[in-house]
Ligand binder design. Structure first.
Ligand code: SF4
Length: 375
């Protein structure tokens, strides 16, 4: 089984926290789609014949594509790869999800919509430079559901400058009341190159206190669990059976091909990443030049990737797999370094699995760093 990711690096405007590669020039849409279809043909052997089980249009803003343009890309994918997708997701911005547009999407094979809501409060949306309003966000969920899209995900962001616990609780309550079967919630991070990073460095805004961040994370977990959404990854919650199949592939060593500028690919032999520049990507394709870089991960890198991706999930790391995939030494290394965190109740070792506890999830990056092997 494998996964197909299509990156649409086009946005109407830039959100202040976002460091994904995208450009605000939608006039290049046609050329971009030509390029993506060409890339599919050039790289049709990358997945080595593994059937494609999930397709994901990510961005950028894939909801800038019309239903016809989505159909075009999917038709090419179905011709090029051995496609049997159980799940085809489109990331969408609420302001694009008009009843007409959503109805047109229903006529395509897309069967899951991931809505970039981020907050249900107008002041937050203005602060992060989103284009939609709180009422558009709520209407977008209802519109999708009315059109028959039951497989919906909502993206939220928390830990915004000045955000209070009460405001975060309110956001969560609205998400719960809307009965979204899947919610992804990410704590704000200040990434270099973003507007928020600049404002932080200039002292215009400041990160929330760590104790508040922790309280927000615990509230997130508790609120969603009480409403029937189980945490299956640090930032992802779903009703049973509604977990994202596509994102789960990344955490379960499933090969994937990423198409479009800045997209990444992995086929258990190599990792590849495309040029993060739409102009450079299209030029390279036109001239027949390389448009991606490749690396063949060594055993250490593969062990590190395995630890990072497995530990992010609620299922954790299957200890026996470390031994079978990488040998005795990495297993001993992992267990030895995990011990101090187990003693501090930040990790737990149960039924052959090493997992982050709730406290551990909050400081997961630091724990993972200690379990990684360095040359
Ligand atoms: S968050 Fe989404 S819409 Fe906003 S700039 Fe990033 S990719 Fe574009």
């Amino acid at each position: 089984m494998s996964a197909l990711y299509i990156h649409i690096p086009l946005c109407r405007s830039r959100c202040f926290y976002c460091d994904f590669y995208s450009t605000t020039g939608p006039e290049r849409k046609e050329l971009l789609l030509d390029g993506i279809c060409k890339e599919m043909n050039l790289r049709q052997n990358y997945l080595q014949g593994e059937p494609v089980r999930t397709i994901y249009f990510g961005g950028g803003t894939p909801s800038l594509l019309s239903a016809k343009e989505i159909e075009r890309v999917l038709t090419e994918a179905f011709k090029t790869f051995d496609c049997h997708p159980e799940e085809i997701t489109l990331e969408a911005n609420p302001d694009d999800l008009s009843p007409d547009y959503v109805r047109s999407l229903r006529a395509t094979p897309v069967n899951r919509i991931s809505i970039g809501i981020q907050s249900f409060q107008d002041a937050d949306l203005k602060q992060i430079n989103r284009r939609h309003s709180a009422s558009q966000a709520i209407n977008a969920v209802k519109t999708c559901r009315d059109a028959g899209f039951d497989n919906l995900s909502i993206d939220l962001i928390y830990g915004l400058p000045g955000q209070t616990l009460e405001q975060w609780k309110k956001n969560l309550q609205i998400a719960v009341d809307l009965q979204a079967p899947h919610i992804s919630a990410y704590h704000l991070t200040y990434e270099k190159g973003t507007e928020f990073f600049r404002q932080w460095k200039q002292g215009i805004i400041s990160p929330v206190e760590e104790s508040l961040s922790e309280e927000m994370f615990k509230t997130l977990k508790r609120t969603l669990q009480e409403s029937g959404l189980q945490q299956y990854e640090i930032s992802n919650f779903a009703r049973p059976g509604m977990e994202s199949k596509h994102n789960s592939s990344y955490w379960n060593d499933v090969p994937y091909i990423g198409l479009g500028p800045s997209a990444h690919s992995y086929n258990r032999i190599s990792r590849q990443w495309n040029i993060s520049d739409i102009h450079g990507y299209l030029e390279a394709l036109r001239k027949g030049n390389p448009f991606y870089e490749t690396e063949k991960p060594d055993k250490n890198t593969r062990y590190n990737d395995f630890v990072i991706t497995s530990l992010r999930t609620s299922a954790g790391i299957e200890i026996a797999l470390i031994k079978s995939k990488f040998g005795e030494k990495p297993l001993a290394y992992c267990l030895q370094n995990a011990k101090t965190f187990i003693d501090r109740h930040l990790l737990e070792l149960k039924e052959g699995r090493l997992r982050l506890t709730e406290e551990g999830m909050f400081i997961s990056d630091g724990i993972m760093a200690e379990l990684l092997q360095v040359d």
